[in-house]
Design a binder for this molecule. Structure first.
Ligand code: FAD
Length: 305
């Protein structure tokens, strides 16, 4: 599967993100979710990677199990921080042998408690993209497709948004094929940023990251983990009105995400990427409310060129 090519030929993609579980119970939950999500026929699924290699074996194990036991096309995330070129080459080799054709190339964040995590051959994601593209040139039989991260509401390390756009463009110029965004709740911010990408000469497909708020604790975790994401007042007001009732908070969050998806599809988004947190219910409810049986219904709506 080639994500960018698929978008150009068939329309928007739908993808689901998973993380490698830590224990047996987590694996069971994840594979129960996958059994429920597979009939939604995602264009691909992705598997996160712990920066510095903290989930290396578990990420590999999950990717290989997905390829072996399901029909799902799988894209591993790969972070450069703390890794040498030789380590990256070995991981890519192993993935290619397993049948992987696409990776999401990220810098990752060095752990604050681990000073050795900074050592490595890749300072920024662009260095990893450049290395991957040199190792697997586009025309080579071994060519892999490369996705990179984008931040519609900005990345906290670069307050200058023009510089930030230059850094994103540098990843595309180094050989990236598409962009997956950080989660966001304000479509206007995404659409404005998408226009700015276009003005900067970025022509690759941009896939929108979607994550419904399902609990109050989850909302606070997102604020902690999702670099740059902002929470619109009207979403926070709706959550406030739920007065802490768990079921109402969940309904509000899923409704908000559903409306985001509907509006993004109307604006010819190239793809919707659901951060599932290894659960299936919220994503399935969004599909149901959008009135679509599976993602092929979205794929047939022609994307914006
Ligand atoms: P970069 O593109 O390198 O950017 C990082 C920062 O450096 C930005 O502020 C950028 O503007 C700046 N910058 C870039 N180039 C330069 C330069 N030449 N000079 C100065 N500044 C520069 N993390 C994980 O650990 N595992 C995952 O699986 C994972 N998956 C993710 C998936 C998505 C879709 C997204 C959006 C993020 C994911 N992350 C993951 C988080 C990501 O690793 C962090 O947000 C990290 O801080 C930045 O990674 P990046 O690839 O965007 O880095």
């Amino acid at each position: 599967m080639q994500v960018a090519q698929r978008i150009r030929q068939h329309g928007a993609t739908v993808s689901f993100e998973f993380f490698p579980p830590k224990d047996d119970a987590g694996w069971e939950t994840l594979f129960a979710s996958i059994a429920e999500l597979e009939p939604l026929r995602p264009s691909f699924v992705s598997v996160t990677y712990g920066a510095g290699g903290s989930t290396r074996e578990r990420t590999h194990a999950l990717v290989e199990r997905l390829l072996r036991e399901t029909t799902l096309t799988t894209m591993p995330h790969l972070t450069g921080v703390g890794h040498t070129r030789a380590e990256v080459d070995a991981m890519v080799d192993r993935y290619q042998t397993a049948g992987v054709r696409t990776v999401l190339a990220l810098r990752g964040d060095a752990r604050k408690d681990d000073s050795s995590a900074c050592a490595g051959d890749f300072s920024f994601a662009v260095d990893l993209v450049r290395h991957l593209r040199n190792a697997t040139p586009r025309k080579a039989e071994t060519a892999i497709e490369i996705g990179v991260a984008g931040y519609p509401e900005g990345h906290p390390e670069t307050p200058n948004t023009l510089k930030q756009m230059d850094h994103l463009k540098a990843k595309i110029d180094a050989g990236a094929d598409f962009i997956v965004t950080q989660l966001f709740f304000d479509n206007r911010a995404f659409l404005d940023w998408r226009d700015r990408c276009e003005l900067a000469g970025i022509r690759v497909p941009i896939i929108a990251g979607i994550m419904p708020v399902t609990t109050l604790a989850g909302l606070h975790r997102m604020a902690e983990l999702a670099a740059g994401a902002r929470f619109p007042a009207s979403l926070l007001r709706a959550i406030d009105r739920a007065q802490g009732d768990a079921a109402s908070v969940r309904r509000v969050g899923i409704h908000w995400a559903t409306e985001q998806c509907r509006d993004l599809l109307d604006h010819k988004v190239h793809g919707l990427h659901f951060y599932t947190l290894n659960r299936s219910d919220a994503t399935r409810q969004i599909f149901e409310s959008l009135g679509i049986r599976d993602s092929t219904a979205i794929a047939t709506s022609a994307p914006r060129q």
